[in-house]
Design a protein around this ligand. Structure first.
Ligand SMILES: [Mg+2]
Length: 155
């Protein structure tokens, strides 16, 4: 089993694999049980909203018509928000009604979320691997300075 120390040793040096990233993420989530599920789903929807806001500001500049590529980007962002909302809706029914979470359906929806995150990353000339590496570096830096909690991009 890969330990957090193993992953920390790799941070900033090598690409972090998807499986290593899963372990890394587990170590950075602060809540437990149903709170953990709620924290993660709210986090997903919140981040999708932040991306939508930033892309909106990027595209809709006064006096400038959006390009075809920008409209395509907007479509990716809409789909990301829609898919994140679908995940949230399923989790809400699970928490409110005790509805069983269909793991296969959740995996499909999460796959769609990853698809649109990748499409948005591609637009900005980056990729999922670089996004993961940047995220690991950012969270490790915040953890080392004791500012994982709180808000704002520039903590
Ligand atoms: Mg954010």
């Amino acid at each position: 089993m890969i330990s957090q120390d193993d992953i920390d040793a790799f941070t900033g040096t090598f690409d972090v694999s998807a499986l290593d990233y899963s372990v890394f993420v587990e170590g950075k989530i602060l809540t437990e049980g149903k709170d953990r599920l709620v924290e993660n789903v709210l986090g997903l929807v919140g981040e999708a909203g932040e991306i939508a806001e930033k892309v909106h500001k990027h595209i809709f500049v006064e006096g400038k018509e959006p390009t075809k590529a920008e409209l395509k980007l907007l479509e990716y962002v809409h789909n990301l928000v829609i898919k994140a909302g679908k995940v949230a809706e399923r989790i809400k029914k699970h928490i409110r009604d005790g509805a069983t979470i269909n793991e296969k359906e959740i995996k499909y929806e999460l796959g769609d979320v990853v698809f649109y995150i990748t499409a948005i990353a591609n637009y900005f000339d980056t990729n999922l691997q670089e996004i993961i590496n940047i995220n690991v570096d950012k969270l490790e830096d915040r953890a080392s300075r004791g500012v994982l909690q709180g808000s704002g991009d520039n903590r």
